[in-house]
Design a protein around this ligand. Structure first.
Ligand code: PLP
Length: 400
């Protein structure tokens, strides 16, 4: 007899539920627009050529399976920091504490655990409304509360910048604020560089703690420098940021769980103290991180030929996504839709917030075998040259 008879059934993950429904559907026309992973024009996962080259170079019977230290693979952490912070003086000053993490999620978890333990000034993380659902649950399971700040403007499917600024002005000084560095999930709505500049001034004035989630560097615009504008702007201005990097999307290494958590400190001595505490947090969580992705990513970033190939690979993915946005809007126009769909091409990254209502999303699933979340979010990665016109026609039919 077990001890668990009172354990209640938990709700299913909303996104995984969509994948299940998609799998059960036997119609050959079915389309999965719920998937949060890149697919090529044949709906297949894509192994980046740069990643393949690095795998061939390092794992042709040559790799071992030893433990990494608690903080992960040193060459990986160094190259992750270089990729994110580039020419920020904090890099040369060696005052960035960096710890390999279990992808972006693990970085967020380490970061929030660090805030819980070492930032007594606030127990609340401010997150954009809406945000990636896991942000709230990671905060909660780390012992922090969360509260939303205005972000999305449903009236124009864009950013409510005045609302955002207003809420962060009103928040107590020194608030922890989670920011999507680029390719905001789920809306696809990002700040312009000028808006980031303005936000930086606000953070400087209010002494807010910038907690950046950068899960899509390079994947948004196709350019890794362009996508890292916001964290670099804050660091160059002198802000001590926390940064969560994921290498799932931009390297197509989803299942390898490779990421990096870093904190910009005032000097090298502070960095050492902070680093010692991050390791103390990581040790009882998982002891040390996996080695495979760390070797692949650092080999790509540190081998000039592979690195060049990778920058092209990232652009290939971003361009295909951007082209699918345009193709979908063109398809809708061709069907005769008179609605303004320009937000789909203005938004950026893996997702678009279409503005479709829950009942319309349900009709798309039931009548057209097209699956997405009920908030109207579609993953552009699920579109390709063969199904985009079918999807456009279906959206036209349910939205007219
Ligand atoms: N942050 C955001 C905004 C995301 O969209 C994702 C993945 O969907 C992640 C973080 C973390 O993903 P992973 O843990 O696979 O790196």
């Amino acid at each position: 007899v077990s001890f668990w008879k009172d354990v209640p059934q938990g709700p299913p993950d909303p996104i995984l539920g969509i994948s299940e429904a998609f799998k059960r559907d036997t119609d050959p026309k079915k389309v999965n627009l719920g998937v949060g992973a890149y697919r090529d024009d044949n709906s297949k996962p894509w192994i980046l050529p740069s990643v393949k080259k690095a795998e061939d170079a390092i794992y042709n019977g040559k790799g071992d399976h030893e433990y990494l230290p608690i903080e992960g693979f040193d060459a990986f952490n160094t190259s992750a920091v270089k990729l994110a912070y580039a020419d920020c003086p904090a890099v040369a000053d060696k005052r960035i504490a960096a710890c390999q993490s279990l992808s972006g999620t693990g970085a967020l978890r380490l970061g929030m655990a660090f805030l819980k333990r070492f930032y007594p000034k606030s127990n609340t993380v401010l997150v954009p409304n809406p945000t990636w659902g896991n942000h709230k649950t990671i905060a909660k399971d780390s012992g922090l509360d969360w509260k939303e700040y205005t972000y999305y403007n449903p009236a124009n499917y864009g950013l409510n910048f005045n609302g955002l600024v207003g809420d962060l002005e009103k928040a107590p000084d020194g608030s922890i604020v989670l920011l999507h560095a680029c390719a905001h999930n789920p809306t696809g709505v990002d700040l312009t560089h000028a808006e980031w500049d303005q936000l930086y001034d606000l953070f400087a004035k209010k002494n807010h703690v910038p907690f950046f989630d950068m899960a899509y560097q390079g994947f948004a615009s196709g350019n890794t420098d362009h996508d890292a504008y916001a964290p670099r702007k804050f660091v160059k201005g002198g802000k001590s940021i926390l940064l969560c990097q994921s290498f799932a999307k931009n390297f197509g290494l989803y299942g390898e769980r490779i990421g990096c958590f870093s904190i910009v400190c005032d000097d090298a001595a502070e960095k050492d103290r902070v680093m010692s505490q991050v390791k103390i947090l990581a040790r009882p969580m998982y002891s040390n991180p996996p080695i495979y992705g760390a070797k692949v990513v650092s080999t790509v970033l540190n081998t000039p030929d592979f690195n060049k190939q990778w920058l092209a690979d990232v652009k290939t993915m971003a361009d295909r996504i951007i082209n699918m946005r345009a193709a979908l809007v063109d398809g809708l126009k061709t069907c005769g839709s008179t609605r303004d769909w320009s937000h789909i091409t203005k938004q950026i990254g893996m997702f678009a917030f279409t503005g479709l209502k829950a009942d319309q999303c349900q009709r798309l699933a039931k009548e057209f075998h097209i699956y997405m979340t009920m908030d109207g979010r579609i993953s552009l990665a699920g579109l390709n040259s063969k199904n985009v016109n079918y999807v456009a026609e279906a959206i036209f039919k349910v939205s007219n």
